[in-house]
Design a protein around this ligand. Structure first.
Ligand code: DHE
Length: 550
């Protein structure tokens, strides 16, 4: 029955693609990539499907699954009144954007996308986007696979390893997650988790690791078994970037929340089995009084409060911060706080009382008082803040939460403790070279260092290095460059449990690796390579992820 439903969904997706294409494929032209005399674009059904897959993988994150725009402009054949019609840009115009990127933060895709993929996109973007089929509780439940029921799982670890110092490492393009013992640096297992996993989260007890990917699949990994094992899977939607668990006392390891990019919804699931419990669509009006009803209101970052039974779910396009009370997961309490549009990524201040999130296309950081469910402040920082979860440091200026920026070379240090200057940028730092492209910052309560990557900077020298600042003097202390035998861009730093090692991924190059640095000496301690290390991206230490240490 489950299989049949899956086939029906696939059939529906295929039909949706092909029905939508019928009109546009009337004019077939041998000369691919050129407009025909009638200005009609030539694209076959198979190409439409391939174009949708490339778009979904590379473009949807910024331009929206339905191409109506988000942090990037809309990409619709006839425009939307704000952005140009793709038909007016034509093949040449679209190609120029794809190949060269924009100063606003769009990377140059030449060299990343193949020539034939760019060519296909120049046509795909000039015809109507495919329709996203419905996906609700029923479809989610049909996709649910409980591989190992709770009763068949061990009641205590079957090994003597230190689970707290396990690292889950995403092998993005392989659709896998590697679990590495952070004490011994041994690879324990590489598990198939689904297409382009985006982030990992751990259960409140630290026992389970959950992954979520661009295909909307959630995978649940048990660390108690001799070798970490997948115990349940479910597809929460077609596209997603976040998942989180209940962390409040009494609710440990009980519920899981899934944030849907497509469809745009918040789903609550049983955290022991991944059985779906409820789904709430996030479509709605935008925070700034815009009367336009936004269907594609994607759920971006999610964090779990440690002080209240709530999750903070950030709805990108509407700019609404949803505080989701999970005490009754079938009918969750939803408080919506209007803030700023295009909410993306964020994390807690050092007390866990406040949550700071980037409204990246608005160049702002939004501060939320979590227990009191209210907006504290909206702070202008710089062009496209991109903090990841941000990071907390402490020095003579006070307790500071730090964000990097995608659109300019700037780190903004926001004071979070009471007193003069609270919730203002009290210091700005500049990393090496010019331009933005920073994706993540990281420090640790036991460290005196602040790390920042430059992954999306077009300069190969910058995107293959990371800068380290002294948190006390706030001076740039060292630029760490790529070691011999490793090639690609450096991305995302994560500390080990002790806070004395920093792990960095090297992806998008010829020689992928995970680099481990001594946080005191800033010297390379170990390079992890092998045929299983394929385009590694995010790394999540079990203890730090469980306790929100960053
Ligand atoms: Fe991410 C976090 C969305 C591109 C690696 N990314 C996030 C979060 C969101 C998001 C909403 C916050 C999750 C949370 O904390 O709950 N990311 C998006 C996009 O929409 C975007 C711009 C385009 C896309 O199509 O996905 C995008 N992200 C990327 C990348 O290109 C990266 C570098 C590699 C990849 O996976 O393709 C990337 N994103 C990450 C990582 C995190 C992340 C490693 C987690 C950071 C952390 O420390 O928590």
């Amino acid at each position: 029955m489950k299989k049949l439903n899956l086939i029906l969904i696939l059939l529906f997706v295929t039909l949706a693609f092909s029905c939508k294409n019928e009109k546009k494929t009337e004019v077939k032209d041998e000369k691919k990539g050129e407009e025909t005399a009638s200005n009609e674009i030539s694209i076959t059904d198979a190409e439409m499907e391939k174009g949708a897959a490339i778009y979904f993988d590379r473009c949807a994150g910024c331009h929206g699954s339905s191409r109506k725009g988000a942090t990037g402009p809309s990409l619709l054949p006839d425009g939307d009144g704000k952005a140009a019609a793709t038909k007016a840009l034509g093949v040449g115009g679209i190609r120029a954007f794809i190949e060269n990127g924009t100063p606003g933060g769009m990377p140059e895709w030449k060299g990343i996308l193949k020539e034939e993929e760019i060519e296909l996109l120049t046509r795909f973007l000039q015809v109507d986007p495919p329709v996203v089929p419905a996906y609700g509780l029923k479809e989610m439940t049909d996709s649910w696979k409980l591989l190992i029921p709770v009763a068949d799982r061990p009641t205590k670890p079957e090994h003597s390893r230190n689970i707290d110092n396990y690292f889950g490492v995403i092998m993005r393009d392989a659709g896998k997650v590697a679990i590495i013992d952070g004490d011994t640096k041994e690879k324990l297992v590489v598990l198939p988790t689904g297409f382009a996993v985006h982030i990992l989260r751990t259960s409140a007890s630290g026992r389970y690791i959950y992954s979520v990917g661009r295909d909307g699949k959630i995978t649940m990994i048990d660390t108690y078994t001799k070798v970490p094992t997948i115990v349940a899977e479910v597809k929460g939607g077609f596209d997603s970037r976040s998942v989180e668990v209940s962390k409040y006392k009494g609710f440990e390891d009980k519920y899981l929340v899934f944030g849907g990019y497509s469809p745009s919804h918040i789903a609550i699931l049983d955290a022991q089995t991944l059985k779906p419990i409820s789904v709430t669509p996030t479509a709605g009006n935008a925070c700034d009084g815009d009367k336009e009803f936004i269907e594609e209101a994607r759920v971006a970052s999610i964090v779990a409060s440690h002080t209240d039974p709530v999750w903070i779910c950030n709805v990108k396009e509407t700019g609404m911060v949803w505080i989701v009370d999970y005490t009754d997961p079938k009918k969750p309490g939803m408080t919506q706080i209007p803030s700023a549009r295009f909410l993306h990524d964020g994390g807690f201040d050092s007390t866990g009382h406040y949550f700071l999130v980037a409204a990246n296309a608005s160049n702002k950081i939004v501060v939320i008082d979590v227990p009191n469910k209210k907006l504290v402040k909206i702070i202008e920082t710089g062009i496209k803040p991109h903090p990841g979860r941000g990071t907390n440091i402490k020095n003579k200026l006070g307790n500071l939460w730090v964000t990097s920026h995608l659109g300019e070379n700037k780190l903004s240090l926001i004071k979070t403790n009471p007193g003069e200057g609270q919730w203002t940028v009290v210091k700005e730092l500049k990393a090496s070279g010019n331009g933005g492209g920073a994706l993540f910052v990281k420090s640790h309560p036991r460290s005196k260092h602040l790390w920042v990557d430059r992954t999306l900077n077009p300069d190969a020298k910058l995107n293959s290095s990371v800068d380290v600042f002294d948190t006390q003097t706030m001076e740039l202390k060292k630029t760490i460059t790529m070691p011999e035998g490793v090639d690609g861009r450096m991305v995302h730093m994560e500390y080990n449990k002790a806070g004395n090692e920093v792990w960095i991924s090297v992806f998008m190059g010829k020689e992928a690796a995970i680099l481990i640095y001594n946080d005191k000496t800033l010297k390379l301690k170990q390079t992890i390579q092998g045929d299983w290390v394929q385009n590694p991206t995010g790394k999540f230490n079990v203890y730090n992820t469980t306790h929100d240490i960053y």
